[in-house]
Structure formats: C-alpha cells, structure tokens
Design a protein around this ligand. Sequence first.
Ligand code: KG4
Ligand code: ZN
Length: 334
Amino acid sequence: MIILALETSCDETSAAVVKDGREVLSNVVYSQMHTHARFGGVVPEVASREHVKSILSVIDEALSQAHIDASALDAVAVTEGPGLIGSLLVGINAAKAFAFAHQKPLLGVHHIAGHIYANQAVTPMVFPLLCLVVSGGHTELILMEDHMRFTLLGQTQDDAIGEAYDKVARVMGLGYPGGPKLDALAQSVTQSHLTMPKTQLEGYDFSYSGLKSHVINTLNTAKMKGETIAQDALAHRFQEAALGQLIDQTRKALANHEVKQVLLAGGVAANQRLRTWLKDAVAPIPLVVPPLSLCTDNAGMIGLAAYYQHQREGLKEGLALNGYSRQTLFDRYR
Ligand code: KG4
Ligand code: ZN
C-alpha cells in the first residue's frame, strides 16, 4: 500500500511517500524556521501563508523523489490535529484537493500517532510497549498493547519539555529554535557547581514550569547583583534536571509494567544525551529511537501511522475531514 502523506501542523511544510507502513520512499521537509527566527517564535498567520506558498512544490518533490506517479497511490493521509488551526487547514485542503482530483481515499491522522510510528521505520513494534513522547507540545508516557491502542500513564501538568527548552533558551539569549542550541551548549561541559530543584511527582506525571522559573530567576538575580553566570554550566544543569525527570518516570513505569520495547518519540528525541541516557536506563529492554530526520515534524511519520490506522479503521474518512487544534490522541483513537 503506497500512501502520500502531508504534515503542516506547525512550521514545517512536509510531504512524503510511504510504502506498507515501513518504508519511507521520500520525505521532503521545508522548514520555515528562518522566517520565524526574527520574531523569536512561530507566528501562526505567517506560518499559514508560508504553507500555502510551498505545499504544492513540496508534494511534487515528494512524488518525484519517490519515482511515484499519482495514479500509483492507494491513499492520501494528512495530519488532522493537534496544531495551529490555520496551518493544519492548508495541509487538509491540499490533501482534499489532491484526493478529489485523483479519486483517492483520504485519511486524517493524529500528529502524536505520527511521532510514535516514526519508530516503525527502524524496527517493527512488539507489544506491549512503553512510549515516551517528548515534543514542543507534549510530554507523555503511553502504554500500547496493540497497534493504534494508546493508554495514557502520565503527562506534564504544566509545560511540555520542548517548550521549557525553548523558553529557557530564549531567556538565555540563544535565539530560536532554542532546544537544539541549548542542547549543544549543555554538551560543551560535563559538570557544573550550580544546583537545580529536583521535581518528583506522584505516579508518572511530569512538571517543567518550576525548573523553567528557577533558571529564569537565577539569571535575573545574577543580573541584579551584576554577576555573570557561565551559560554552558547553566545549560548543562538545566538539561540534566529536565532529562533526569524523564529517566526517573520512565524507570518507575517500567517497574510496574512489563513491556518488550521502549520507544522514544517527538522533537526532543533528537537530543543525543537523552538517547544515550535512556538506552542505559531501560536496559536490558531494547530502546527504539527514530532517525533524526523522523524526530522533528515531518510527513514520513504521518504516512507510517496512516498505514496502521487504515488497518484498524479502514478508509472511512473522506472529503468531510476537518482540522482540530486541540485533539488528544486518546479521544481520537478510542
Ligand atoms: O515534535 P516537534 O518537531 O514539534 C512539536 O510537535 O512540538 O518538536 C519540537 C521541539 C521544540 O521544542 C525543540 O526545541 C525541541 O523539539 N528539540 C530539542 C532538540 N531538538 C529539537 N530539544 C532538546 N534537544 C534537542 N536536540
Ligand atoms: Zn511534532
């Protein structure tokens, strides 16, 4: 089954061609990062306009790189939520027009299902499995007993981890997007004398607003006193505390749930320190991590999830498909 997938939920315009839920034949990502950088973050209206400008050429490029003609496609898939509604609607309307013109069935896929299924490109899922989803909008521990069956074990009570990375980076003057920049700075030192509060929550939940405020207060206090704080030491401490919470809660979940695999998903999965630390923490249970190209937002992951969604739900969605800015994974796949 060959699927053309589109993803436009935030600031990446992407199209991909994916075969049988395993093989990503092409995955074209046009990042708007540079357009938004001068504003210090994503401007929704600007993002929608940029998607309109590039979506058609990105689709053409994905088909041409995969050497696939539209007639050879079995379905079209598109992210239906969550995300910026204006951005989502550009992808959804492009997918509808394409599906209508070429008489193909249309599937609306949840963005986080996409992040999780990015791992299918690495190795087949073996159930039950535990998935740690870490992105700009999500921090969740999810149990899966079968394809497209998601049970929430824990989630952030305030900020998502990627959001905390981005905000701390902005206050430190590292610019946008902050996550990768803060990560690079943190890795330039191995220890620091600074201390950070340790967040320990009941169950499997997470919290990042206290840590974020602590870093901001530390910087403000130093500024008032005319002191300087080493940027690399601060980044290092923040990263150890932020990732440490993920490690602790994942370990706790593994102590109470017998699983065959642990999956890492979402933009923060690109973090090298998290990849190695988590691998050690979950051993001997195998950790699966997506390749870097499938970690941050891309359409390849949507095409991978679409295949399993179609096996479970069939090809029922059509031109009535709509966008949902706040849809949860658990409401979408009940
Ligand atoms: O999944 P994603 O592309 O978009 C959302 O669905 O949110 O994730 C983007 C997030 C941003 O917050 C970005 O700063 C973060 O992932 N990120 C990182 C790294 N690379 C991306 N955070 C920490 N370390 C990284 N290397
Ligand atoms: Zn994402």
